[in-house]
Design a protein around this ligand. Structure first.
Ligand SMILES: [Fe+2]
Length: 166
């Protein structure tokens, strides 16, 4: 049986002020609002550009269940190795398939299986990603039957791309 879920989606968390804010307030917010799942884009939580293992683990330990990344996914040296160990971190799906990390992650909460993915837009982005629509189609084909909810973060600059995606 499926239950109503309250999902808090935060982003873009940027730098030390965002980390401190999460550390100070997230536990209380979760409690007051009865939040079941917290997802955060944290690609710029380390000094305003990129994410380190240390900060991913910190955020996870204080109640962020899933972390998404965007065009700043590789800004921190060494993260291309660390990302393999962080099973709650989701990188963009339309990067080259040789890239490390997970492009689709799931979480079961109150009997509901949630899937999440990120696709990058291609206008005004510093990373040249492949077609986000094709990437999304593949993810849907592979996973739609295995999850109850599928969330897609469209990590893009151009409004037109976001509207097109919607
Ligand atoms: Fe970004």
């Amino acid at each position: 049986m499926l239950h109503l879920l309250k999902i808090l989606y935060l982003g873009d968390l940027v730098g030390q002020p965002a980390r401190e804010c999460v550390l100070k307030n997230l536990h209380g917010i979760r409690k007051v609002h009865g939040i079941d799942v917290v997802i955060a884009n944290a690609e710029n939580v380390t000094a305003g550009a990129g994410l380190t293992r240390e900060h991913a683990e910190l955020l996870h330990s204080v109640g962020i269940d899933l972390i998404t990344l965007g065009d700043h996914v590789w800004d921190r040296h060494g993260f291309e190795r660390d990302i393999e160990d962080l099973e709650y971190v989701c990188r963009p799906a339309n990067l080259p398939k040789e890239c490390p990390g997970r492009n689709f992650i799931t979480l079961i909460k109150n009997g509901t299986k949630i899937g999440i993915c990120v696709v990058l837009g291609r206008q005004f982005m510093k990373i040249h990603a492949s077609c986000p629509f094709e990437a999304m189609e593949r993810i849907l084909q592979d996973n739609r039957k295995n999850v109850n909810i599928l969330l897609a973060e469209v990590h893009a600059e151009a409004t037109s791309e976001k509207i097109g995606f919607g």
